[in-house]
Write a protein that binds this ligand. Structure first.
Ligand code: CO
Length: 151
């Protein structure tokens, strides 16, 4: 009887561990710096994540109005159009077109030493499809971009 109880306890422990690991996998972090670069050009999360949280850290020192960074997610096809629309939206709108359904997720524009996070539902995303993340600060998105995938 003791062995059975111990076995059951181990299974529960394993389930608990698996659940915790999965939740952690849905939390992603990326850095951006004064050299206009992200720390990664590929990001992914398990397709089992109902929500994904992306935390953007600006590890530089320059202010948001000269070296601002954000993290914006769109489909690969919408990326350039949304980036262009973002420039017109201006800094007050974090260079993101407001009320635009093509924007799947976006943080604020932040300056050196600042951090911002965005939590978004994965409901509208297709597993395995390559989405594009980028910084929509004018002139940055040609370089500051990468792929995001649920897998
Ligand atoms: Co930027």
């Amino acid at each position: 009887m003791n062995k059975v109880k111990l076995g059951l306890f181990s299974v529960l422990l394993l389930l608990g561990a698996a659940k915790t690991a999965m939740a952690d996998d849905c939390q992603l972090t990326i850095d951006a710096n004064d050299a206009m670069a992200f720390s990664a050009n590929q990001m992914s999360a398990p397709a089992s994540c109902k929500e994904v949280t992306v935390t953007l850290n600006h590890t530089g020192r320059l202010p948001a109005n000269t070296m601002g960074h954000n993290w914006v997610l769109t489909t690969a096809g919408d990326f350039k159009d949304v980036a262009t629309a973002g420039m017109s939206a201006g800094l007050d709108n974090h260079y993101v077109p407001q009320g635009d359904a093509r924007v799947l997720a976006a943080t604020k524009i932040i300056g050196g030493g600042e951090t911002d996070s965005i939590t978004f539902s994965t409901e509208a995303l297709t597993a395995g499809e390559e989405y594009t993340f980028f910084c929509s600060f004018p002139g940055h998105w040609a370089i500051m971009k990468g792929s995001f995938k649920l897998m």
